[in-house]
Design a protein around this ligand. Structure first.
Ligand SMILES: Nc1nc2c(ncn2[C@@H]2O[C@H](COP(=O)(O)OP(=O)(O)O)[C@@H](O)[C@H]2O)c(=O)[nH]1
Ligand SMILES: [Mg+2]
Length: 525
C-alpha cells in the first residue's frame, strides 16, 4: 500500500526507508496525482547531493512542493527512501530522496527513473560567494564528470559513448540561504522561471529530452527499471556507484521478490508496447514535421533528385532517433516496430506528395545499411586511429613528463643559481654602496685637500712674502748688526777712551792726591 504522508502535503513515498519499492504507485497516478491528461508533456526532476545539503529546501522553493525538511534542532530526522510529489501548477513530478551517503545508493536510482532519453544534470552550487566564477566551476565539474565517466565500467556497446551522450550538464550558483536569504530567494525564483517558462531561451526541459513513457504509465516503467537495477545490482552498487557493502542474500531476495511483485504481471508487455509506441511517435513526428516543412519551403509537388535526397536524410534521422531510443531496451518487438515506423514514414511521404512513388523503400534501407556499414568502418578506423593516437599520446605524455621532470630539475638548479646570483648581486650592491660611500668620502677629502691646497697656496704665498719680509728684516738686521758692530766699535773706542780717561782721571787723582799731600805737608810745616 502506498504511503501517504500524515500531513497531507501531497507527497508520497515510492521507495521506503528499507529501500524497497512501494508497490502501488499506480494508485497515486490514478488518484493522488491524476496524471492521465499529461501524456508525454511532463518532466521528472530530482536533486542529488549529500544529506542536509538543502535538497528538500531547494525542491520546495523551486517547485512549490512540501517535502519534509527537518527542524534546525533535529539532528536525527531526515528524508528516508524516495518521495514523490506533483509540483502544483506544473506538469512536473518532483522526487526527494536520501542521496549520496545512503548505504546502498538508493537515491541514485531516482536518476535512473528518468523517463527520458537524455537527462539534464543541473549542478546547483549553494552558499556561493562568487570567489569562483560559474565558468570555472563548470569546467571543473566537466573534467570531474569525464574522469568519472572514463573510469566507469560501461555495458558492452556503450564504450564509445561519452557522458554527454546521456547527460546535459549545467551549473547554477545560489547565494547562502542563511547569510543572504533575500538574494537566495531572488536567485531561486529566477531559477524557477527556467523550469516554468517554455518560451525562455534557458528553458530547462529541452525538446530532445524525449519522454519514452506516458505519465500514467510511469509506474510500470519504474518497476521495469527497478528490475534492471536489481539485475545489474552488483555493477551498479559496487563497480559503478561504490555505494557500500554487497547486499546480504536475505535482503537481496527480499528486494528481488519486491520487484517481481512490482511488475504487475502482464503489464510489462504493455509497458514495452508503450515504450515502442513512444519511440515510434518521437521519430515519426520529427520526420513528419521535417518533410512538412520541406514541402512548405520548396513548394515542390514533385520529388526531384535533390528533394529525394533531403527526404531520405530526414527518414534516416527518424530511423536513427528510433534506434537511439530503443538501443538500450532492445526487445523482441524491435524489428516489427521498426518496420511499422518505416511504413508510417512511407505513408507520410506519399500523402504529402500524392501519386508518386518517391523511392524504393528497400533500396533506401539498403543504401542506409551500406552507409551505416561504411560509417561503422569509419568509426572502427577512427577508433583504431584514436587508440594509436592515445598510445602515441601516452608515450608523448611519458616523454613530456620526463622532460618536465628534467626541466623542473633544471628550473630548480636555475632558481638555485638565480638565488646565488641574487645573493651576489646583493653583495655587490652592498659593496657598491660601500664604494659609493668611499667615493663620497674621497671626493669630500679631495675637496678638503683642494681647500687645503688653496690654504697652502695662500700660506706659500704668505711664506714667500714672509720670506721676503724676513730677508728684508735679515738685511735690516744685518745692517743693524753692522751698525751695532760700528756702535760696539765706537763703544769700545769710547770705553778705551773712557779707560784712557779713567787712567787720566786716576793719574789726575794721584796727582791731585800728591798735590793735596804736598799742600798738607806744606801747611803742616
Ligand atoms: N547554508 C545553507 N543551508 C541550507 C541551504 N538550504 C537549506 N539549508 C539548511 O540545511 C538544513 C537541511 O535542509 P534540507 O533541505 O532538509 O536538506 P536535505 O537533507 O539535503 O534535504 C535545513 O536546516 C536548511 O535550513 C543553503 O542553501 N545553504
Ligand atoms: Mg531532504
Amino acid at each position: 500500500m502506498t504511503v501517504y504522508d500524515g500531513e497531507n502535503t501531497g507527497c508520497v513515498q515510492i521507495i521506503d526507508d528499507e529501500h524497497d519499492p512501494i508497490e502501488d504507485i499506480q494508485e497515486c497516478i490514478d488518484q493522488a496525482w491524476d496524471l492521465h491528461d499529461w501524456g508525454t508533456d511532463y518532466n521528472i526532476v530530482t536533486i542529488g547531493g549529500p544529506q542536509g545539503s538543502g535538497q528538500s529546501t531547494l525542491l520546495n522553493a523551486l517547485f512549490g512542493t512540501k517535502f519534509f525538511i527537518p527542524d534546525d534542532n533535529d539532528d536525527e530526522s531526515t528524508t528516508e527512501g524516495v518521495w514523490m510529489s506533483v509540483a502544483p501548477g506544473m506538469n512536473v513530478l518532483a522526487m526527494d530522496a536520501e542521496m549520496v551517503g545512503s548505504s546502498d545508493g538508493v537515491g541514485w536510482k531516482c536518476w535512473l527513473f528518468t523517463t527520458t532519453h537524455k537527462t539534464l544534470l543541473l549542478f546547483a552550487i549553494r552558499d556561493h560567494t562568487g570567489e569562483l566564477s560559474q565558468e570555472h566551476l563548470f569546467s571543473e565539474l566537466m573534467s570531474s564528470i569525464s574522469e568519472a565517466w572514463s573510469n566507469l565500467e560501461k555495458p558492452s556497446g556503450l564504450d564509445m559513448h561519452a557522458a554527454c551522450d546521456f547527460f546535459d550538464c549545467e551549473v547554477v550558483t545560489l547565494p547562502s540561504k542563511l547569510n543572504a536569504p533575500d538574494e537566495f530567494d531572488a536567485a531561486v525564483s529566477k531559477l524557477r522561471t527556467r523550469f516554468v517558462d517554455k518560451h525562455s531561451q534557458d528553458y530547462v526541459f529541452k525538446p530532445h529530452y524525449w519522454k519514452l513513457v506516458n505519465a500514467d504509465k510511469i509506474a510500470v516503467h519504474f518497476a521495469a527499471i527497478l528490475d534492471t537495477i536489481s539485475d545489474h545490482w552488483t555493477m551498479l552498487n559496487h563497480k559503478v556507484l561504490s555505494q557500500g557493502p554487497t547486499p546480504q542474500p536475505a535482503k537481496a531476495k527480499k528486494y528481488s521478490d519486491a520487484r517481481r511483485s512490482c511488475l504487475f504481471q502482464g503489464q510489462y508487455e504493455e509497458h514495452i508496447r508503450g515504450f515502442y509506441d513512444m519511440a515510434t511517435h518521437h521519430a515519426y513526428s520529427a520526420f513528419v514535421q521535417a518533410i512538412g516543412l520541406l514541402r512548405q519551403s520548396t513548394g515542390a509537388r514533385i520529388i526531384d533528385e535533390q528533394l529525394a535526397l533531403l527526404i531520405r536524410r530526414h527518414y534516416r534521422d527518424a530511423m536513427d532517433t528510433f534506434n537511439a531510443i530503443t538501443c538500450q531496451h532492445r526487445h523482441a518487438d524491435y524489428g516489427t516496430n521498426r518496420d511499422g515506423l518505416r511504413e508510417k514514414c512511407y505513408a507520410a511521404v506519399t500523402s504529402l506528395f500524392p501519386g508518386q512513388l518517391p523511392w524504393d523503400m528497400a533500396n533506401v534501407d539498403t543504401q542506409i545499411c551500406i552507409e551505416r556499414a561504411l560509417e561503422q568502418q569509419e568509426s572502427l578506423i577512427q577508433e583504431r586511429v584514436r587508440r594509436d593516437v592515445k598510445h602515441y599520446l601516452t608515450k608523448m605524455e611519458l616523454i613530456i613528463s620526463q622532460q618536465a621532470t628534467e626541466i623542473s630539475t633544471q628550473a630548480a638548479k636555475i632558481s638555485e643559481q638565480a638565488a646565488k646570483i641574487k645573493e651576489q648581486k646583493a653583495g655587490m650592491a652592498a659593496q657598491k654602496k660601500t664604494i659609493d660611500r668611499q667615493h663620497a668620502t674621497i671626493s669630500a677629502l679631495d675637496t678638503e685637500i683642494s681647500n687645503l691646497e688653496k690654504v697652502i697656496d695662500v700660506q706659500d704665498s704668505n711664506l714667500v712674502t714672509q720670506n721676503e719680509m724676513a730677508n728684508g728684516q735679515k738685511d735690516i738686521i744685518k745692517k743693524q748688526k753692522c751698525r751695532i758692530n760700528a756702535l760696539m766699535a765706537q763703544i769700545a773706542e769710547r770705553e778705551a777712551e773712557i779707560a784712557k780717561m779713567g787712567n787720566q782721571v786716576a793719574e789726575l787723582s794721584a796727582a791731585m792726591a800728591f798735590i793735596i799731600k804736598a799742600q798738607q805737608m806744606e801747611q803742616s810745616e
